[in-house]
Design a binder for this molecule. Structure first.
Ligand code: SAM
Ligand code: SF4
Length: 515
């Protein structure tokens, strides 16, 4: 992309006079997106696989932008999934390199970025609420830069709404434009105009962006971006672009770096990590191969999320079965326990195939713990079909699950289906599902009473500073008494008491561990 093309993709709107404001209110802002953005379209999106993936190693912050933040503070507020959390770490890294300092107070901030989630309507409503709350602050402090980024910015309807109704926002940029932050921020600061840059160009990987990681024990490493699964309810393939895998050598170098820095628990990230490597044209290299190399790195715990059942292959199971630093916790979203609903969702597996996979994992990976995601109230879901979801929960015996009410997302195939399950029925199903999830979680935790587990000590418990808390290899929260000097260490803890969502225990020495 040349400079001229990039310029065309930046929309500057001057919200200075009342006249201009009313003119803008009546304007169709859709025209600005002709080169930058198209409404989610399954047909168009499916064609994108043919485009080449470009890996860029030349990210740089121009010298004149490096001091731009001197004496100023920033706040990045993150909504949604780990992918967004990790993107926020990149944004924070860029802002620190530009001279900004972090703050957790909106009043102190000179730049506020809202890194948004589009997965469900209530996630979007929260963000619009926050945009509204920030208006008085912007009036009080006109120099404040308010930016909206992340998945919502990739939606034309969202950008139009901000342009029309929230002109105190200074900057909107998309998920493919994070590396452009220094330039966009400079424009937003100096031009005093609303800057919008949302690319539909989605095939690139930017390798060397700075990163300010939030923790010093647990770290995220992207292994791939985007999603080509196109589940009928999901907006992600449109907001995050096509599946593209980072090169193994870049991932391994990053994990080694984290090991050297003392990180103890690494999560490999992607929307559909089991599709890792499918986009490599010249080599046959998948997630199993990558995990097999990463397990040789001296780091105590390696996990990955999120897995799509369809691409979970036997080679990966064989590699995971070797244990060691590859933890036995697998998040395997099923979405529904009914084959008809799974078909409507385009998940491309049946209930029976899912059960077979889950059983194979449990059989081959010692002490494997499974967790999942469920959507209730998908169009046409009957009570009987919902009962299939409840029975699947009990059959698999998940340790925990995230449960959601179906939310139609504009432009997705499911949004064209009639959203015909009444809200009160959806709520009732969610409640009954959560009751089963809680029962299972309590039961699985109870099984751990009397056993000894390996715990990575994270810090003081949120509820009681005299108590430490940490996580097992399977991500269960454990509380126990201990000296603060063991924070950051991996210790053995005997489980004394199981609760629904946590475990209480006491530290033991020289113990044999059950994960
Ligand atoms: N890629 C992952 C997968 O396939 O499981 C996770 C994607 S998404 C960030 C996390 C979860 O949000 C999904 O597993 C699904 O349960 C839920 N979700 C996605 N779209 C939804 C929608 N339109 N309504 C309700 N829940 C949704
Ligand atoms: Fe969305 Fe996950 Fe399906 Fe991809 S695999 S479309 S991210 S639910």
């Amino acid at each position: 992309m040349n400079e001229q093309q990039k310029k065309q993709m930046t929309i500057n709107i001057e919200p200075s006079s009342a006249d201009k404001k009313s003119e803008q209110k009546n304007k169709d802002f859709g025209q600005y997106f002709q080169t930058t953005y198209t409404q989610p379209s399954l047909k168009d999106a499916k064609r994108r696989g043919k485009e080449d993936v470009q890996v860029h190693y030349d990210f740089d912050i121009p010298e004149e932008m490096r001091g731009l933040g001197n004496g100023k503070k920033f706040l990045v507020r993150t909504y949604g999934c780990q992918m967004n959390e990790h993107d926020s770490e990149n944004m924070a890294g860029i802002l620190l390199d530009m001279g900004f300092e972090p703050t957790s107070s909106t009043e102190d901030a000179d730049v506020i970025l809202l890194n948004t989630c589009a997965i469900r309507e209530n996630a979007e409503n929260k963000v619009f609420g926050e945009i509204g709350h920030l208006k008085p602050l912007k009036i009080e402090k006109p120099g404040l830069v308010i930016g909206v980024c992340g998945c919502m910015s990739q939606e034309e309807s969202v950008v139009n709404r901000i342009l029309k109704k929230h002109q105190h926002v200074d900057l909107i940029f998309g998920t493919h434009n994070i590396h452009r932050l220094p330039h966009l921020l400079k424009d937003a600061i100096f031009n005093k105009e609303m800057v919008v840059e949302v690319w539909s160009k989605e095939g690139d990987i930017i390798e060397n962006m700075p990163r300010a990681r939030r923790g010093q024990l647990q770290g995220w490493v992207n292994i791939m971006y985007g999603c080509d699964k196109f589940c009928t309810y999901c907006i992600v393939p449109y907001t995050r672009g096509k599946e593209r895998s980072r090169l193994p050598e870049d991932i391994i170098a990053e994990v080694r770096d984290l090991a050297r820095l003392g990180y103890k628990d690494i999560t490999l990230l992607g929307q559909n990590v089991n599709a890792y490597g499918k986009d490599f044209a010249d080599v046959n290299y998948g997630l199993g191969d990558l995990m097999n190399e990463i397990r040789k790195i001296d780091i105590p715990r390696i996990r990955f999320t999120t897995s799509h059942p369809r691409d979970f292959d036997d080679h990966l199971i064989e590699v995971l079965a070797q244990g060691g630093n590859l933890v036995e916790h697998i998040h395997l979203p099923v979405q529904s326990g009914n084959t008809e609903i799974l078909k409507l969702m385009a998940r491309k597996y049946t209930r029976e195939q899912y059960v077979e996979l889950a059983n194979k994992i449990k059989e081959k990976v010692p002490n494997a713990t499974l967790t999942t995601d469920i959507i209730v109230g998908f169009p046409n879901e009957t009570e009987e079909q919902f009962q299939d979801t409840l029975s699947l929960m009990k059959e698999i015996e998940y340790d925990s699950a995230y449960s959601y009410i179906y939310s139609p997302r504009e432009g997705t195939p499911a949004a064209k289906m009639e959203d015909n399950v009444p809200l009160e029925v959806k709520r009732d199903r969610l409640q009954r599902l959560n009751d089963v999830i809680n029962e299972l979680s309590a039961m699985k935790n109870k099984q751990l009473e009397g056993t000894i587990v390996e715990v990575l000590v994270e810090g003081e418990s949120k509820k009681n500073p005299d108590i430490l808390s940490g996580r097992t290899r399977t991500n269960k929260l454990v509380n126990f008494a201990g000296d603060r000097s063991i924070i950051g260490e991996i210790v053995h803890v005997k489980i004394i008491e199981a609760k629904t969502w946590s475990l209480n225990g006491q530290v033991v020495e020289n113990a044999e561990v059950k994960a």
